[in-house]
Design a protein around this ligand. Structure first.
Ligand code: T1G
Ligand code: NAD
Length: 699
């Protein structure tokens, strides 16, 4: 192994190279190496200035997240950075790739910064449940002022080199494409000019804008929805104004240590690694992705048009096939509108949109237009017969080795595959609505799906900047299967006395952006209704059946799109208001069944909802539908609004303790043994004192 930090001198300029692949994280060895290099530079009479840079794809991406939660070994990063800043000779940071977190903090402790045009910088710590703990909250505002510092630190957003220069984070942007060269050129110019050494910690931060801090606190509280770190980070930045520099650093460290010990930090770090671990699937080592250039989409409704936009945005050529000319025209208009929205919201430039509409996108009504497609994604009505017919036609026209994917929400992908002569090429790509926005893609692997088809699904997700989770075939795969179960738990509580509005509010308090009844209204209550009707014939006679949602659907109250569902929606409104008529319908249902309504506390609502979700999740893992508990977590985080700072339902279950979850299930099973029957996996883990995490490779 080479040294993670190397020191050399050429022409009076010291070069300090950080080389710790893949992202030059600040492990103990790197921190110690930086300290040594600094000490050598300080004593080295042959060097007048030093350039600090990263080897490989990036500068320094921050602290080594794998060390979190373990005892920290010396030297500590804040001390290393203070020693850099205290040096009597200039140290220049040369940035390329991403200078994030502790990486940017190292750069802020240097005496000047130069960045390549492609470089990005940021303090993403709040997204990991902590705050910049190596001087970032004290040094950044001294360079940028409080407003920009609060924005960057509370959001964790990355900024490009040009914006970083405007904000005062970097002193210059270099056209060079090599960080060391850029740093050396900057150093030579610096020596020529010989400015006074500027230590960031010695800059006067100016007066505190009380009103600014009050405004930012208010806005952040609203946005953070229960997440602590952005709020605590504001306290740390405030210390830059209330306290002398070194006392501010101590305050920052104390707040950092507090957050480091929090469950939220553990949840967010779990989410970080889980998001990357989902790509580690058995097929990854067995096959390589098939090339993808041209994509066909069948059906240009809600999903088909969104999928088209996602594909077009990632540079793919798309042909969308609809039933007739009128539907095709409508689909074309819908895609064009979504692209326009993207331009309006700054997600895409107008020239890219124009290029897509002129060259990459077309609609058709004849399947023969798909003869050359590398991949076809079907998004027609959720009806087995319709889907089989589509796949038969695709089988007839598509070229050899074209991948045939279905976006079905619930249907049996094996049965769809069996309608073709090439089941090895058939797979489920379950996108979420709106498909050009939602980041989850469930890659549903059927019995005969070939390994390279699975790998291509993951490659497609990456290209679309989505997160793919591998799922097996069952009713609803991972996400919708869980959804069906926890929805039932919610419905049972409503029938037993809880108001749907109370349940929604309790779940919003828990951290979900919306509760299940508001979500139902958004998705359309008719979708779940169709599912209930489809399953009625095969339903287990022991299953408790609740009728109030059917009563709403019978009135054609399908949610937002009809102006009424569980809530009432004023013309065009996206937020509904509670509806006393709905409560009356529910009350009548209870009365007809002789149920005397009882009270549910918020805590009990959460216990039941989560126990139902976790129990079903344990079954999906046990059956191999989900590869590991972490795959369930990522599904719920990216597709269902589960609060990221709770890490996902399986991580949450570990936090609460599996024994507690099991005890809840057993208690609830006294009233409904069928619904609440504990998953054998959960029983086994609880009895052995183990966690779900023990089944993840992260251990
Ligand atoms: N520590 C340890 N491992 C890391 C890591 C890190 N900081 N960053 C990435 N990895 C691993 C990652 O798990 C993956 O491993 C591989 O590197 C490639 O990553 C004191 C306390 C830098 C933009 O939050 O945002 O500094 O899966 O697949 O898409 O105030 O990684 O291959 O085994 O994501 O090119 C702040 C987190 C830390 C940056 C590169 N820093 N990283 O993206 O590759 S807190 C961050 C990223 C801190 C101080 C505090 C991205 C990236 P594997 P990748 P990528
Ligand atoms: P939709 O009704 O909005 O769109 C379906 C489109 O398919 C219509 O435009 C229709 O004209 C077209 N179509 C029907 N038969 C066709 C055929 N034989 N050839 C060509 N076009 C045909 O439905 P949607 O909400 O977009 O759902 C599509 C699929 O995606 C369903 O399987 C659904 O379960 C699934 N899905 C939906 C969501 C969601 O939230 N809406 C989420 C994930 C998956």
């Amino acid at each position: 192994m080479t040294d993670p930090v190397r020191y050399s001198v050429e022409n009076g300029i010291a070069q300090i190279a950080v080389d710790n692949p893949p992202v030059n994280a600040l492990s103990q060895a790197v921190r110690a190496g930086l300290d040594d290099a600094l000490a050598r530079f300080a004593q080295d009479e042959s060097a007048r200035i030093a350039v600090l840079y990263g080897v490989g794809r990036t500068f320094i991406a921050g602290a080594d997240i794998k060390e979190f939660g373990k005892p920290m070994a010396e030297p500590f990063l804040p001390d290393v950075i203070n020693r850099i800043e205290a040096c009597d000779k200039p140290v220049i940071a040369a940035l390329h790739g991403t200078a994030l977190g502790g990486g940017l903090e190292v750069a802020l402790g240097c005496h000047a910064r130069v960045a390549l045009e492609s470089a990005r910088v940021g303090l993403p710590e709040v997204t990991l449940g902590i705050l910049p703990g190596a001087g970032g909250t004290q040094r950044l505002p001294r360079l940028t002022g409080a407003k920009a510092a609060l924005d960057l630190i509370t959001s964790g957003r990355h900024v490009g080199a040009a914006e970083a220069e405007t904000l005062g984070i970097v002193d210059a942007v270099s056209r060079d494409d090599d960080a060391l060269n850029a740093g050396l050129a900057f150093a030579r110019a610096y020596l020529d000019k010989a400015p006074a050494l500027r230590r960031t910690g010695e800059i006067d931060p100016g007066a505190k804008g009380e009103a600014l801090f009050a405004d930012v606190r208010k806005a952040t509280q609203k946005r953070a929805r229960g997440q602590l770190s952005p709020m605590v980070a504001i306290d740390a930045v405030e210390a830059a104004y209330d306290l002398p520099f070194f006392e501010g650093l101590s305050r920052e460290r104390a707040l950092f240590t507090e957050l480091m010990a929090s469950d939220q930090r553990a949840g967010l770090i779990h989410a970080f690694f889980a998001e990357r671990a989902v790509a580690k699937i058995p097929e990854a080592g067995q096959a390589t992705a098939r090339p993808l250039h041209t994509v066909g989409i069948i059906g240009g409704g809600t999903m088909g048009s969104g999928i088209a936009v996602a594909a077009l945005g990632s540079g793919l050529d798309v042909t969308l096939v609809e039933r007739d000319d009128a539907s095709a025209e409508r689909a074309h208009a819908m895609v064009a509108r979504l692209l326009d929205d993207g331009v309006r919201r700054g997600k895409m430039d107008a020239s890219k949109r124009d290029g897509i509409l002129a060259g990459l996108f077309r609609v058709a009504t004849d399947y023969s237009a798909l003869a050359e497609a590398d991949l076809v994604i079907e998004a027609v009505f959720e009806d087995m017969e319709v889907k089989k017919e589509v796949f038969r036609k695709l089988d007839a026209v598509c070229k050899d080795r074209a991948i045939l994917a279905t976006n079905t929400s619930y249907l049996d992908v094996n049965e769809i595959a069996a309608a073709t002569t090439r089941p090895q090429d058939v797979i489920g790509f379950h996108f979420f609505s709106p498909a050009h926005v939602m980041r989850l893609l469930e890659v549903v692997v059927a019995d005969k799906t070939a390994a390279d088809v699975v790998v291509t699904g993951f490659a497609l997700a990456k290209r679309m900047k989505k997160v793919a989770v591998r799922a097996g075939v069952c009713d609803g795969f991972i996400g919708n299967r869980l959804l069906n179960t926890y929805r039932k738990a919610a419905d049972y509580m409503v029938e037993d006395g809880a108001s749907p509005y109370r349940i929604d509010a309790a779940l919003v308090d828990f951290g979900f952006p919306m509760g299940p009844f508001a979500v139902g209204d958004l998705a359309g209550l008719d979708i779940a209704w169709a599912g209930r009707k489809r399953r009625a014939a095969t339903r287990d006679p022991r299953e408790r059946v609740v009728g109030f949602a059917d009563r709403l659907c019978e009135r054609e109250w399908f949610g937002q799109k009809t102006g009424r569902g569980f809530y009432r929606y004023e013309e065009g409104a996206r937020r509904g208001t509670p509806d006393p008529e709905v409560e009356a319908i529910i009350a009548a249902e209870r009365e007809a069944k002789g149920i005397v309504p009882r009270d549910f506390s918020d805590a009990e609502i959460i216990r039941r909802y989560m126990a139902a979700m976790i129990n079903e999740a344990a079954k999906t893992v046990e059956e191999g539908i989900a590869l590991r508990p972490l795959d369930v977590d990522v599904t719920m985080l990216f597709g269902y609004g589960f609060p990221r700072w709770r890490g996902g339902p399986m991580h949450y279950a570990d936090t609460v303790g599996l024994k507690t979850i099991l005890a809840d299930l057993r208690e609830f099973a006294k009233e409904d043994a069928f619904f609440w029957e504990p998953a054998p996996l959960l029983v086994r883990l609880a009895e052995e004192g183990k966690t779900f995490a023990s089944l993840n490779s992260e251990g």
